[in-house]
Write a protein of this length. Structure first.
Length: 121
């Protein structure tokens, strides 16, 4: 599915070999199903790869994506494949969508703030 958005073998190899790699094809399929344009999907897929690398550098797994920590990282990011640390709503929103995708497929647990107890009748 990534081939739909990236044609360069080097980029595909980079994406698939990173910590987020095992989940990116499924995330790409989810983005397509949700109707995102190719341009936006590419941005979100890059954000998903980026958040995976950042979490791995911090010793976390894909199941432990910490969006506030990633947001903090973006303030001073100089990761070589992240366009010089470009921070915009696409990066943060793409990371959030990716984390939600991981929740949807059972890799991540929903964050405490996302969970609400059943109402008592």
């Amino acid at each position: 599915m990534l081939e739909m958005y990236f044609s360069a073998a080097k980029m595909l190899g980079h994406l698939r070999s990173g910590p987020s790699g095992p989940y990116l094809d499924g995330f790409a399929a989810a983005l397509e199903r949700q109707g995102y344009s190719s341009v936006i999907a590419v941005r979100y897929l890059r954000a998903a790869a980026h958040v995976g690398h950042v979490m791995a550098e911090r010793g976390a797994r894909s199941a432990d994506i910490d969006l506030p920590a990633f947001s903090e990282h973006l303030r001073t990011c100089r990761c070589p494949r992240s366009a010089g640390g470009r921070r915009n709503h696409h990066t943060a929103f793409g990371a959030r969508l990716f984390r939600q995708h991981l929740v949807d497929i059972g890799v991540c647990r929903a964050a405490a703030a996302e969970w609400s107890p059943p109402s008592r009748s």
